[in-house]
Design a protein around this ligand. Structure first.
Ligand code: ACO
Ligand code: KIV
Ligand code: MG
Length: 550
């Protein structure tokens, strides 16, 4: 049942009708305050949407006032059309007009259901009554406003022949936009496209009006089967020239057609659709972020166009491709939708190419051997951590390039722990001259007690930033691998010989079958690095002082 458009419509512009503030606000929990709605409406105007459906004025006095406020502030002569939704009754339509009349370009959008199930159980009306109400209420709206949109609710499940009849009545009464909703997200693209084509072809008197642009066919799709965008695009292909959509696809139940997705599909696939929108695509990401913050509805990371991962690449083969030519793995530039740039995320799937590039961005220029060693350590870390941050990489490579002398060596560690003892540790360390020092401390647990005892001996200010333990082998005799990160106090910054950048963070690592011993080794190693950096810094000061005196 493939449908091909048999009409030729003069305009190649697909109007974008944003209903974030009406259908989007129908998302459970998404209620917005008036000032938030106004801010969003202003941003939608910057995005250059053609129509803002600002609310449902009959819903409450607050909604009426919010729509009126948007009409006043955003509905300027150069701004978008401001629409208000109304059931097909006089009271709702009057309230909608009361609110939108403040806009330079107002629109009344009225609707009534056309599916048998809605007629029988919800409206309790006959088909004849629905046709008569449509005719009467569109005409009533037309008395106030030239721009009247009519929607046969649940069109996706309506008998097409009845739809032709209702839509013909709406046009005869003065509707200038016929919006076809797949209210419950029931249709599939081919079917929905055919429905639109059928409406244009079979609604008496409609086709020439659509071709000349006197009546615009609009599509309003829901995402219950995840097909909202696909259905909207099928509608456009069949002759629709308005798409109703919401930012981030929010809306009743599974949401509406997502504005950013449908707009970018038309943009990226101009070769296929030969159509355009008026959207300033660079404002898309900002708008998405604002709507997410105001509604509290978080955008899923893998969401097309605006998700955190939409322009992020982790796999080594993809990263390599991206570095060689962006188009290998990106069909649009991040900047086109207002995302600053695409990201290569370093993780366990990354390869050497991306790792080297990130190192270079961080100022490290390693030779082949150094790179191989750093990459090996990076993969080890990536196996343990979900995300490897720039700070991790700097510490990891700095650690590799910078091997300090051992000021202190661990000689002995003994702990008393258990559920009926106060955790107590006794630690013995040996200094460079072979002298041993022993300290005992209590703590909240054996590792804490051990670290306190070490601090008693190595008296150097530091903060423990991270302590992580990993078992390297399996079973109860597993080897424990402990990594600690500490930050030294003033005067403990190390200058990275490669980059010239400064950092006072040091990593220590200890491996032992006894987790407490591994912990002590890791901490002592990190402290040795910190002490070495401090003595280097002091030496630098002395040299500088001597140079000045000389
Ligand atoms: C598919 C959509 O998104 S449609 C828009 C949905 N949005 C909303 O409903 C949000 C705003 N709604 C509201 O605040 C309230 O529902 C109100 C103020 C509009 C109406 O509230 P109430 O008067 O208490 O009616 P309630 O919502 O319980 O029931 C809806 C009534 O409208 C009737 N109705 C539903 N759609 C239409 C329509 N398009 N045209 C005329 N009447 C309609 C129903 O048959 C029902 O009538 P009944 O009371 O005679 O049985
Ligand atoms: C009011 C109409 C257009 C609607 O939101 C729907 O049918 O989904
Ligand atoms: Mg809807």
């Amino acid at each position: 049942m493939s449908q091909q458009p048999t009409i030729s419509i003069e305009s190649d512009v697909v109007r974008i009708f944003d209903t974030t503030l009406r259908d989007g606000e129908q998302s459970p929990g998404a209620t917005l305050h008036t000032h938030e709605k106004i801010e969003i409406a202003k941003q939608l105007a910057r995005l250059n949407v053609d129509v803002i459906e600002a609310g449902f004025p009959a819903a409450s006095p607050g909604d009426l006032e919010a729509v009126a406020a948007i009409a006043r502030t955003v509905g300027t002569p150069d701004g978008p059309i401001i629409a208000g939704l109304a059931r097909a009754n006089r009271d709702d339509i009057s309230k909608a007009w009361e609110a939108v009349r403040h806009a330079a370009k107002p629109r009344i959008h009225t609707f009534i259901a056309t599916s048998d199930i809605h007629l029988q159980y919800k409206l309790r009306m006959t088909r004849e009554e629905v046709v008569a109400t449509t005719r009467e209420m569109v005409a009533f709206a037309k008395q106030f406003c030239d721009d009247v949109e009519f929607s046969p609710e649940d069109a996706g499940r309506s008998d097409p022949r009845f739809l032709y009849e209702v839509l013909a009545a709406a046009v005869e009464a003065g509707a200038t936009t016929l919006n076809i909703p797949d209210t419950v997200g029931y249709t599939v693209p081919e079917e929905f496209g055919a429905l639109i084509a059928g409406i244009i072809e079979n609604t008496p008197g409609l086709k020439p009006k659509v071709e000349r642009g006197e009546v615009i066919i609009s599509v309003h799709t829901h995402n219950d089967l995840g097909l909202a965008v696909a259905n909207a695009l099928a509608g456009v292909k069949a002759g629709a020239r308005q798409v109703e959509c919401t930012i981030n696809g929010i809306g009743e139940r599974a949401g509406n057609c997502s504005l950013e997705e449908v707009v970018m599909a038309l943009y990226v696939r101009r070769d296929y659709f030969n159509l355009r929108t008026n959207i300033v695509t660079q404002e898309i990401y900002r708008t998405s972020d604002m709507v997410s913050r105001y509604t509290g509805i978080v955008v899923q990371p893998n969401k097309a166009i605006v998700g955190a991962n939409a322009f992020a690449h982790e796999a080594g083969i993809h990263q390599d491709g991206m570095l060689k030519h962006k188009r290998t793995y990106e069909i649009m530039d991040a900047a086109t939708v207002g995302v600053p740039e695409s990201r290569l995320v370093l993780g366990k799937h990354s390869g050497r190419h991306a790792f080297r590039v990130r190192l270079e961005q961080l100022g490290f220029h390693l030779n082949k051997e150094q790179l191989n060693e750093a990459f090996r350590r990076f993969k080890e870390l990536a196996d343990k951590k979900k995300y490897v941050t720039d700070a991790d990489i700097m510490a990891l490579v700095g650690d590799q390039l910078y091997q300090p002398k051992e000021t202190w060596q661990l000689v002995r560690v003994q702990v008393l722990a258990g559920n009926s003892n106060i955790p107590t540790a006794t630690v013995t360390l040996r200094d460079e001259e072979g002298r041993e020092q022993t300290a005992t401390a209590i703590g909240t647990g054996p590792v804490d007690a051990c670290y306190r005892a070490i601090r008693e001996i190595v008296r150097v200010p530091n903060n423990l930033l991270e302590y992580s333990v990993q078992s390297v082998t399996e079973g109860i005799d597993a080897v424990g691998d402990v990594t600690v990160r500490i930050r030294g106090g003033e005067g403990s910054e190390r200058v990275n010989p490669q980059t010239g950048s400064r950092s006072s963070v040091y990593i220590g690592r200890g491996v032992d079958t006894d987790i407490i011993v591994a912990s002590a080794k890791a901490y002592v190693q990190a402290l040795n690095k910190l002490l070495a950096a401090q003595s280097d810094a002091q030496a630098e000061v002395v040299i500088k002082a001597e140079e000045t005196t000389a």
